[in-house]
Design a binder for this molecule. Structure first.
Ligand code: GAP
Length: 433
């Protein structure tokens, strides 16, 4: 089912997934805050990525590098010279655009005038600041525009200390910053966002094979988390779209409400980065293959996804409406691993003895899962709220529970209800979550 953009933005705000940054001051454009449900969903997405990409593999380790790095890093990586987008400005209304994102490169989308654009100028997307109390040319530092470079500059540290042999990968999840010319579509393109990146190092002769492997593997990850197969596709970059470091790139694309757009880029970065850092730092970053007595720069295959963008796509994909008893039911059919709240515990009334049992049941679940207790409103409304935020199970305590020590567990998707002994609820949920 196609869901419109406003519906998902409204749900995000209404239910506390995502808020505009600095809202009480009128809002800071293109930065967002994640609310109680949003932070749980985002953390679950990152945890699933880490589980699949690091924890479950023998050939990948993780790091967490600093956001601030020596400016030499960005000179060597080519970002100071080449991490730019073509910027044009309309001389009639002063609106600014990214030239390569315009449908019509002659017409201003804001005022409709034709032929009013300035000549394109290359605009560098890196945020700059200064390290220390005095702002000068010498102490310029950049907020990292990708987490990848933190991995390349630690290649030798990690290889040596983790005693790794090719092929192996180094993974990182963290914030990245880009002064995008045209941020937009809610959290899809923002100026502060989170990336989930793997740099997979291999022998140059094996790079093509690993490239194919990661193209398959990364699509599988999205599908395994329940994303609709017909809304996911691979698209190869044309030669003129390739980043300055890439020999070949495919995007994993998702069909967003505004059309197909990038979810993740999978690039063959060749030996571009290690070579560049070796040259600028003067350190030998070649890999020594003892068996072959050969020293060479490994090639790198890089699956690079956005945590915040993926979270948004998963929200969109999970949004479902259906008719139940003549009424519309909105259900967020998130994979259970991703659901922000795994179980809601709901007393049928606010009577103290029911609330007491409710708290006891909730306390037994809390060490294992994110649980919410909700004592307000009618039970029907509370079920609807939990459906709308994707809670897989509702545990209801009713008056009979006081007598028979049993509760009702309702399944989000089927709405089927099971009567379970209170001391069996943990086991029941453990089998299903
Ligand atoms: N290290 C490679 C790299 O950064 P990229 O294609 O520029 O490649 C990778 O970015 C991913 O990061 C994108 O596929 C997207 O998911 C996410 N991303 C990039 N820019 C973003 C932005 N302005 N807002 C949100 N996510 C962004």
């Amino acid at each position: 089912m196609a869901i419109d953009f406003d519906t998902i933005v409204n749900l995000s705000k209404k239910r506390g997934f995502v808020f505009q940054s600095s809202e009480i001051y009128g809002g800071l454009r293109s930065a967002y805050d994640y609310g109680p449900l949003g932070v749980a969903l985002l953390r679950n997405v990152k945890a699933e990525w880490w589980r699949a990409m690091v924890q479950m593999r023998d050939d990948v380790v993780g790091i967490d590098s600093a956001i601030l790095q020596a400016s030499d890093v960005w000179v060597a990586s080519g970002h100071v010279a080449s991490f730019t987008d073509p910027l044009v400005e309309c001389t009639s209304c002063n609106s600014r655009f990214r030239l390569d994102k315009l449908d019509d490169s002659e017409q201003c989308p804001t005022c409709g005038n034709r032929g009013t654009f300035t000549e394109p100028r290359q605009f560098n997307l890196m945020f700059q600041t200064h390290m220390g109390p005095v702002a000068s040319e010498e102490n310029v530092v950049y907020l990292r525009p990708e987490t990848a470079q933190g991995i390349f500059i630690n290649f030798e540290n990690v290889r040596r200390t983790a005693r790794l042999k090719l092929p192996f990968g180094i993974a990182q999840i963290g914030k990245a910053f880009r002064n995008e010319i045209t941020p937009g579509q809610f959290v899809f393109r923002t100026r502060e966002f989170e990336q989930m990146e793997l740099e997979f190092f291999c022998h140059p002769d094996d790079a093509e094979e690993w490239f194919g492997y990661w193209l398959d593997e990364r699509q599988r990850w999205y599908l395994d988390l329940g994303m609709s197969p017909d809304k996911l596709r691979l698209r190869r970059h044309d030669a003129d779209e390739l980043a300055h470091y890439a020999a070949d790139t495919y995007d994993v694309e998702y069909e967003f409400p505004w059309g197909w757009d990038e979810l993740e880029g999978i690039a063959n970065r060749t030996d571009f980065d290690l070579k560049a850092h070796a040259e600028r730092s003067g350190k030998d970053l070649r890999y020594y293959d003892q068996d072959a007595d050969d020293r060479f720069f490994p090639y790198v295959i890089e699956p690079s996804g956005g945590a915040t963008r993926t979270t948004f796509a998963l929200l969109i994909d999970a949004y479902t409406t259906e008719e139940v008893g003549g009424e519309e039911r909105v259900v967020l059919k998130l994979d259970k691993r991703l659901a922000p709240i795994k179980a809601a515990v709901l007393p049928l009334s606010k009577k103290p003895d029911l609330v007491e049992v409710t708290q006891k049941v909730a306390d037994s679940l809390k060490p294992l899962w994110d649980v919410e207790v909700d004592v307000t409103q009618s039970i029907g409304r509370r079920y609807r709220r939990q459906d709308e935020i994707g809670t897989p199970y509702c545990v209801t305590i009713d008056f009979d529970s006081l007598e028979d020590q049993q509760v009702t567990v309702r399944d989000r998707d089927t709405m089927a209800q099971d009567r379970i002994a209170i001391d069996k609820v943990v086991e029941y949920l453990r089998d299903r979550l």
